[in-house]
Structures are given as structure tokens and as C-alpha cells.
Ligand binder design. Sequence first.
Ligand SMILES: [Ca+2]
Ligand SMILES: [Ca+2]
Ligand SMILES: [Ca+2]
Ligand SMILES: [Ca+2]
Ligand SMILES: [Cu+2]
Length: 364
Amino acid sequence: MASKKAINSVVLGAIVAVIVIGYVMMNYSPSGTTSGEEKSFDIIAFQWGFEPQFIEVNKGDHLTLNIATDDVPHGIAIDEYQINEPIMVEENTKLEFVADKSGTFEFYCSIPCGVGHDQQGGFLIVKDPSEPEQDTIILTSTKSGEKIIVDGIIDETWNNTPEAIFSTVYVHENRQIIAKSLNDGERIYFLLRWLDDDKNSDGKTETDRIALGFDISGNSDIAMGAAGVPHVTVPQRTIGQGVVDIWHWKAFDSHTETPNVIDDEFAGPFEQLKDHYYRDDDNNQGGENDLSAAGIYDSDRGQWIVEISRLLATDDTEVPEFGMMDKQFSVGSEYKIGFALWDGGKGETAGNHAVTEWGKLKVD
Ligand SMILES: [Ca+2]
Ligand SMILES: [Ca+2]
Ligand SMILES: [Ca+2]
Ligand SMILES: [Ca+2]
Ligand SMILES: [Cu+2]
């Protein structure tokens, strides 16, 4: 049922894309003036999410949202657009409005519908074509013969390694992750630092965490894609229709009650993730945990310092139905890299976290 819907929306999306492209071509003018396009989306609300979860349009577009529920009554609210409408069983809720404000706006369920209600949300992303796109952040993994010890202590070699700063853009904005990378032709190393004023690593609060994501399918919507994904039915690591390798470090792991843990994970498309969430150590569906990591909290500066390492190439290259499981790296190539960050002291867990856009990892 659900996959049929997904297919229908893909087909519909393709038809819409053809129409839109045709429309754009017919109306193309060198001056770049647009009066906004007609864009229509079919959205399914369910316990507890919306599909699709990310709707991306341009400022000035005339939007039609056709929304239906798959189970119980829900609502849809977008505060910044003063929208709040019920979605009743076997009825179509039709919303028409002009996307006249640019930015990323959360939409959420406005009718209590069960335990996952608070997590039921998505994002309307309104781009302003006249604003220049933000430059892609490039992190270069420098070739080095020096040995790096993965212990959370900054080795001498790191001091001579260039850094790249990734800023979070969704849910919690402008948190900065200072990243460096080295490789020795066999292993890749990352040094990650970020400011955080409390060390949440004793299991008494939600835990501090960081995750790296590497786009595998090439079409993952947003780095880690994940902002606001309902946790109850779907772990937070969805990435639209994409497939992502995820390296997920936790200051404290509540499953094993151990500090300083990294999971070697994998996330597939939204509809499939429910059944195929892969986590090496407690839900093994094949594959090895190929990651090593260590984090130390620097209380003088109020920052986390985490070192992570993995072989450039692992043995986990295939899982049935999904293809590649671990992203494979080789010297001389470029990859999409993104980050997610949780501050446990602020109660952040599951989909409540900060994510960056995709940046680029260049392995030299
Ligand atoms: Ca070290
Ligand atoms: Ca914290
Ligand atoms: Ca692996
Ligand atoms: Ca993996
Ligand atoms: Cu709901």
C-alpha cells in the first residue's frame, strides 16, 4: 500500500517535473524574471509522519497541497504561513497559497493523534532564486605518513592539517563543527570539535552525539536528512529517497550503558527504513562495525573533541535490496559529507537535532 503510494508519487513527480521543465523552457527569459510557477503536491499524513517530508519550492510559486490521512485524523500547521487545517479521514484537505516567504519552515500535526504526535512533522523549504547559493564547504583529507592515535587527544599532525567549518542549518542553526581529515592511503581519520557547554555523558540526561553522513545513492535530499523525522516509527536517520552511510558517535550509549561508543550504520529510503535499520552491535543484519572513535570533553574550552577512523575501503559493500552499505573511499576522489549534532543537555534526541547541508570531502 505504502510502496504503491510512493511509486505513484514518483510517477506524479516525474509528470510534474516534465510539465514544470516545459513551462520553464517556454517562459525562459534571459533577465531571469519569474512570476512564480504552479506547483502541486500530494501529501499523506500518518501515525506519525508526513510523506513526503520535505517540500522544496521557489519563492513566488503558487502551491497546491492535497493532503489526506492514511489512518486517524491529523492536522497540518505551518506557523509562518498562518496555516492550520484539519485532515479528516476519507477527505482531501486542499491548501492553496503563494510561497511568498523564503526560508525553511516546519510543518507539523496540529491534532493530537497518539504518542508520536509531537514528532510528526516535515519541512517546507522555500528557496529564493535571486539569492546566491551558499558555497559548498570542502573538507580535504590530507595524505600523511604520520601516525594518528584515536584517543580524543589532538596529535601533533592535526595542528598542521587544514580545517573546514560546517554550520548547522536545520532545526538548530549556526552550530559550528570544526572538522579536519587525514589519510594514510589505507585508513581515513577525522578530528571533529564543537562547542557544547555541558558534558552529557553519564546517562542521566539525553546524550551528546555527533553523526557523519556520507551520501551513497547520490540523491539524498539533505545531509542526514533527517531533521524532524518522527522517531517513533522511523529512526531519525532518513534521508528522503536516498541512501546514506552513517557514523554515529555517542558520549553515552543507553543501549549498552557505555560511554564513548560509535555505531556503524546505514539508512535507506523512508519507506524501507522501518524494516531495514542497520545497527551493527544490537540489530545485526550483516556487516561489521568498522569504526573506531574516542571523544574527550575539554571543560576548559567547553568543547567536545572526537577522533574517528575507518579503513578507506571496508568489506561491507553489499546488503540485499540496498546495494552498498558502507561508503567506500579512494584516494583522488570526492564525496558528499554532512553532519548531525545533538546536545543532550537541551533534551535533544531522535529527530530533534541540528544538521548541516551536504559539504564535500576530497580525499587527496
Ligand atoms: Ca589522538
Ligand atoms: Ca551537551
Ligand atoms: Ca561496516
Ligand atoms: Ca556503515
Ligand atoms: Cu497527527
